[in-house]
Design a protein around this ligand. Structure first.
Ligand SMILES: Cc1cc2nc3c(=O)[nH]c(=O)nc-3n(C[C@H](O)[C@H](O)[C@H](O)COP(=O)(O)OP(=O)(O)OC[C@H]3O[C@@H](n4cnc5c(N)ncnc54)[C@H](O)[C@@H]3O)c2cc1C
Length: 442
């Protein structure tokens, strides 16, 4: 019998999961519920998007669905390495053996949605936008959504309607503040730690980069670091514009207090002159009005509840963006789940249980690596650079004896995060101690 699946959240994880489940023939009837509007027809405020880089973990998950990799690459730029811009104007380049595929998060969502609607009609797939999950009942197997009805002539929300959906399988892919995960809190022996990462960020969009010439290479990610831990990341997009994010410590930072577009322009011209050069007054004003975003990290001891509820992606293991892995891991979750469905012949009770067994150690390790792979203190950061150089050289010379460097293992392989953490646990615990010292002294 066809199983009724409710996927809550049409982010990268939920949409890819729909592709994988629908590919399994007519075993599953999919309803996706998304709190926001349809990004193919509604344009979002830029505070809700940012560039995402995908490596082999994410790309191999996309590749297994016909046509997805090509469609994603068509709106992406390949990055061959990272340029670290130093204060003295010099640069240091770290090449990648396998280029990263970078694109705007909204564009990734649009590609995943377009491919779904091209392949499946609404007899097996329904996508409900402007529907927010407000409650779950794991015993009755129902989930409740609040839909916001929009008056199409006014384009403003006019009325709220409550929808109840009966499911055979409920999957929470609704991000770090997951409403489905809230339902787990009242179940026995579920533990979840949510913590704000100590660094906040603001997205930056430099549309003017298309018209003005910078000497920045378009196939590199560009980074600048200030002594107070502020990190600026910028990269070219497929349309010739640049975007990125400035990440800064929550306490004692130079960004949160900037109160006019003039101050913003001066700040960028002084600290990141290349960015300052291309930033227009209009972009500085938009930057000023964009809210500061906080990053929530999530560690759970269990990703399933009984035989019918599952958490995936950020809802299960949200991680700091500093490690550039959240989306890759969310897409990889789908492959792990699909492999388990194969292994257990679509027996949901066993598949869900095994998903926790197989994936939770990696989810936990991912968050640990996100928090502690990269140090905050400048001295330890220099040590980190040397360690990377040495590890890369040793691995190149004696690949059988020395493993790839920490960064290469994370970005260039599909080695499970739990194995990476195990190989580098000494370094991770050193960074943990150092970061704790930095935060108690600040
Ligand atoms: C600045 C920044 C840079 C990043 N860079 C990278 C990178 O380079 N590489 C990388 O791999 N990762 C990166 N990430 C992380 C990545 O964006 C996330 O890990 C990824 O988007 C997770 O996908 P998801 O589908 O699990 O969740 P999300 O992308 O968070 O999607 C969840 C969806 O659920 C919807 N939703 C939420 N609540 C409800 C509700 N109650 N009802 C219905 N719908 C709901 C949301 O509107 C959203 O559409 C970055 C993150 C940030 C903030």
């Amino acid at each position: 019998m066809m199983k009724k699946v409710a996927i809550v959240g049409a982010g990268p994880c939920g949409l890819l999961l729909a592709h994988y489940l629908l590919r399994r023939g007519d075993k599953y009837q999919i309803d996706i519920y998304e709190r926001r509007g349809d990004p193919r027809t509604v344009s979002f405020s830029k505070s809700r998007t940012y560039p995402i880089s995908l490596n082999e973990r994410g790309m191999s998950a996309l590749r297994q669905i016909e046509g997805l990799e090509e469609a994603v690459r068509a709106v992406s730029v390949e990055m061959k390495g990272t340029v670290f811009h130093q204060k003295n104007g010099k640069t240091r380049f770290t090449p990648r053996q396998k280029p990263l595929v970078t694109l705007d998060r909204t564009n990734l969502i649009i590609v995943l949605l377009e491919q779904l609607s091209q392949k499946y009609d609404n007899s097996r797939l329904q996508i409900h936008f402007d529907c927010s999950c407000t409650a779950v009942d794991f015993v009755a197997k129902t989930v409740i959504f609040q839909s916001v009805l929009t008056d199409s002539s006014l384009k403003i929300p006019t009325n709220k309607e409550e929808i109840t959906f009966n499911y055979d399988l409920l999957v929470g892919t609704d991000g770090s503040r997951s409403a489905v995960r809230e339902g787990f809190l009242s179940t026995e022996s579920f533990e979840c730690e949510d913590k704000y990462y100590p660094t906040d960020y603001k997205s930056i969009f430099l549309d003017n980069a298309k018209n003005s010439k910078t000497h920045l290479k378009s196939d590199n990610i560009h980074t600048w670091r200030l002594d107070d831990g502020t990190l600026m990341v910028a990269l070219y997009q497929v349309d010739g514009t640049m975007s990125g994010a400035i990440n800064f410590p929550r306490e004692k930072n130079q960004v949160a207090g900037l109160s006019s577009s003039k101050e913003i322009l001066e700040f960028f011209q002084k600290n990141f002159p290349v960015i300052g050069q291309v930033m227009t007054e209009e972009e500085a004003e938009a930057f000023l009005n964009r809210p500061i975003s906080r990053i929530l990290t999530i560690r759970c001891n269990r990703y399933h509840q009984g035989d019918s509820v599952l958490l995936m992606g950020d809802a299960a293991h949200a991680v700091s963006s500093s490690i550039g892995q959240g989306c890759n891991a969310a897409l990889e979750d789908v492959v792990v789940f699909d492999n388990l469905l194969n292994e257990y012949s679509d027996d949901l009770a066993e598949t869900l249980k095994q998903f926790t067994v197989r994936r939770q150690p990696d989810g936990y390790a991912l968050v640990e690596l996100g928090d502690y792979a990269f140090p905050s203190s400048t001295s330890l950061f220099i040590e980190f650079i040397f360690r990377e150089l040495i590890a890369k050289s040793l691995h190149r010379l004696f690949p059988q004896v020395f493993p790839p460097s920490l960064v290469d293992l994370i970005f260039e392989t599909t080695v499970p995060y739990s194995e990476i953490l195990n190989s580098y646990k000494g370094w991770v615990s050193k960074v943990k101690k150092s970061n704790e010292k930095v935060s108690t002294n600040s």
